[in-house]
Design a binder for this molecule. Structure first.
Ligand code: WTA
Length: 650
């Protein structure tokens, strides 16, 4: 992606009222680096502790990797998110729910949310759930998703939210990996006017999990649509029936700062998705601090993050960050283009949204519909516009800034990862002139560095692999059940550093531009997908002998999924087979893993030791044949010409 030479000054009216100034950022950043523990000890006061911590950070990025923050602190995150607001913000709206159909909305004050969470927590307790138990959530974007997460936290259970778009197989894999005996789901979800059969999928997942040695004992079902669902007596329980008998009084379980808060599965370069584990104390401090600074938060803001709670953005920036800060957070069940391309902006007008946070892929999809659907709405409530999930191309950035924000609102491009818990590289609003597409400067306490392939530190204007040299409170603590994989994945490439898997460029002003993944992870519509996972799904189809999956540039999705498939001998390679392969991958993983393009190929470019050279496959998929690089190490160089012919003839 080309860097834009453009620089946009912070809109004057915004800068005059922003919480931070450019100098304010610089001095706070310096303090956070020079006196890390002093800085974070102060930040820890943002949240409510039962026992205040005396320790701040204690960590090592060298083997054995160990990361702890505030380790002798005792807390329950729900007290920060709910109880402590009751006195001053009891009647303030905590959650605005906007349903799939326009006009279907509902609000929950902090007092109401507190009652709902306590009641839900008591229902969980009545099912025998308690501290340390893993509870899997497979939910639509309804308030009960947030309520269920907080209810788990209330009793010290560890939630594992699985995105509602994943298939039964994918859900089962996650249930089994963390040995989860309780699943919370809904009868059906509704998205863009379409029904999502959540209970049906969850039922199928329970069966698969049982075959793999994990029995789900309880399925708690929230009623969303009232549609017909199958029922297994003894296992399935309607939430509304159980709740009718439950008390709204539930004391918060005291937790150590380093007790697990949640597991969230994410894709990596190799193997099956890993369970990223976050703990209570550090995560909440980081969620609260970053949400406050990134959005220039003020008491009367109405904040809307369009992510799904199935992703980390939904965890940190729909639920934990905003609620810890006593903000009003909007949960949207639908999609920004339903019933039409004005929807997102209509929702902003209806609820007077001031802080809006979405993904570049959504911006590009809306941009394609032209300016009119935007211009028919008012949007004067908007103050800050954020993006996350993938690099934003300058065209989309400028459209977001000029058309959506009418040039009034800074664009906050937040780079971070499931592993980092919250925003890491950000142009904090009001502190720096904006360069479209640049993550810009590090968040407080974050020390990024760019390294070359050999681990040499690169100085000045340069491009390299992005590492973080020192820990921060929101950092993941381990891969659930596999600490060795944690060390191997993040700390073995550049010992002593956290390796992000991303590449980045730094310009002469020190501005950082994230260039994208440098490993075998692709980023489709802002969602991470491991090429190895898609290959494994393809490989389980009877007609597939071998496959290789790479990302390629895609106008709307950022990256699309390109699959090279070698079929088994005697298979007839038809378009119908391609469609069948797509169906197969959707069933194995979910629609987000669907290959966009499939090319049948008799052979794949391999080194003499049998390693597939993806570099070449990426170039061919991108129609970039001139820069294939050195192909002399290939076992059969002729394969490349055949692949190029196949690509050009598509
Ligand atoms: C990419 C999402 C460029 C990056 C919060 C990262 C970005 C991966 C940006 C993490 C951004 C996220 N600019 N790239 N602003 N934000 N990414 O774990 O490649 O779903 O490593 O976390 O998304 O995706 P994840």
């Amino acid at each position: 992606m080309e860097n834009s030479p453009l620089i946009y000054p912070v809109p004057k009216a915004f800068a005059d009222a922003s919480n931070l100034t450019p100098d304010g950022y610089k001095s706070l950043y310096e303090r956070s680096i020079n006196d890390r523990d002093g800085f974070f000890a102060e930040q820890a006061k943002r949240i409510q502790w039962m026992t205040e911590p005396t320790h701040v950070g204690s960590w090592s990025f060298k083997s054995p990797v160990k990361i702890e923050w505030f380790r002798d602190g005792i807390l329950n995150v729900t007290e920060s998110c709910l109880d402590r607001h009751l006195e001053t913000r009891g009647d303030k709206v905590a959650i605005i729910f906007e349903g799939d159909e326009p006009g279907e909305s509902q609000t929950f004050t902090y007092r109401e949310l507190h009652r709902h969470v306590c009641r839900f927590a008591n229902v969980l307790k009545a099912q025998g759930a308690g501290k340390g138990d893993r509870i899997t959530l497979y939910m639509p974007m309804i308030p009960e998703a947030a309520i269920a997460m907080l209810a788990c936290a209330r009793i010290g259970a560890v939630h594992s939210v699985v995105f509602g778009g994943f298939s039964p197989d994918a859900l089962a894999g996650r249930i089994v990996d963390c040995d989860s005996h309780l699943v919370i789901t809904a009868d059906e979800g509704v998205r863009g006017g379409r029904i999502v059969p959540l209970k049906k999928n969850a039922d199928a997942a329970c069966e698969i999990a049982a075959r793999n040695g994990v029995t789900v004992k309880t399925q708690l079902v929230v009623q969303r649509t009232g549609g017909d669902v199958a029922w297994q007596d003894g296992r399935d329980i309607w939430y509304h029936e159980a709740a009718a008998e439950a008390s709204v009084d539930c004391p918060a379980e005291p937790m150590s700062a380093e007790d697990p808060l949640f597991i969230l599965y994410t894709s990596g370069s190799t193997g099956q998705p890993k369970g990223v584990l976050h703990t209570c104390g550090g995560y909440l401090v980081w969620a609260s601090m970053t949400h406050d600074y990134v959005f220039d938060l003020k008491e009367d803001d109405v904040y809307w993050c369009t992510a799904d709670v199935g992703w980390v953005t939904g965890h940190t920036y729909i639920v934990y960050g905003p609620l810890a800060n006593g903000a009003t957070t909007l949960m949207f069940e639908g999609v920004p283009t339903y019933p039409d391309a004005s929807r997102a902006w209509q929702v902003c007008d209806t609820h007077k949204v001031s802080l809006f946070y979405t993904a570049p892929t959504a911006i590009r999809a809306l941009m394609r519909e032209g300016d009119d659907p935007v211009k028919v709405t008012d949007r004067t409530s908007l103050r800050v516009l954020g993006t996350v999930g993938e690099p934003i191309n300058p065209e989309a950035w400028e459209w977001y800034f000029n058309v959506v924000g009418d040039g009034r609102c800074p664009i906050i491009d937040t780079w971070w990862q499931t592993e980092t818990g919250g925003a890491m590289i950000v142009p904090l609003p009001g502190t720096v002139d904006m360069k479209p597409g640049a993550g810009t400067f590090p968040m407080f306490g974050i020390e990024p560095e760019l390294l070359d392939a050999d681990g040499k530190v690169l100085e000045g204007a340069t491009e390299g692999n992005l590492v973080i040299t020192a820990s921060w409170p929101g950092q993941m603590r381990t891969v659930y059940g596999d600490h060795e994989r944690f060390e191997q994945t993040y700390f073995s490439t550049y010992p002593g550093n956290y390796f992000t898997g991303d590449g980045a460029r730094r310009d002469a002003d020190g501005t950082i531009w994230i260039t994208g993944r440098v490993d075998d992870v692709i980023n489709v519509s802002g969602h991470r997908m491991g090429t190895a996972e898609v290959e494994a799904a393809l490989g389980s189809h009877p007609d597939v002998a071998e496959s290789a999956v790479v990302g390629y540039p895609h106008d709307i999705k950022g990256q699309g999924i390109y699959a090279y498939v070698t079929t088994t001998a005697g298979t007839v390679e038809t378009d119908e087979l391609k469609r069948d392969l797509v169906r197969h991958v959707r069933a194995e993983i979910g629609p987000i893993a669907s290959p966009d393009l499939i090319q049948f190929s008799d052979g794949l470019p391999k080194t003499r030791s049998g390693k597939i050279m993806r570099r070449i496959l990426r170039k061919i998929a991108a129609n970039d044949y001139d820069a294939l690089g050195d192909t002399s190490t290939l076992a059969e160089p002729a394969v490349v010409d055949a692949l190029i012919d196949g690509r050009m003839n598509r």
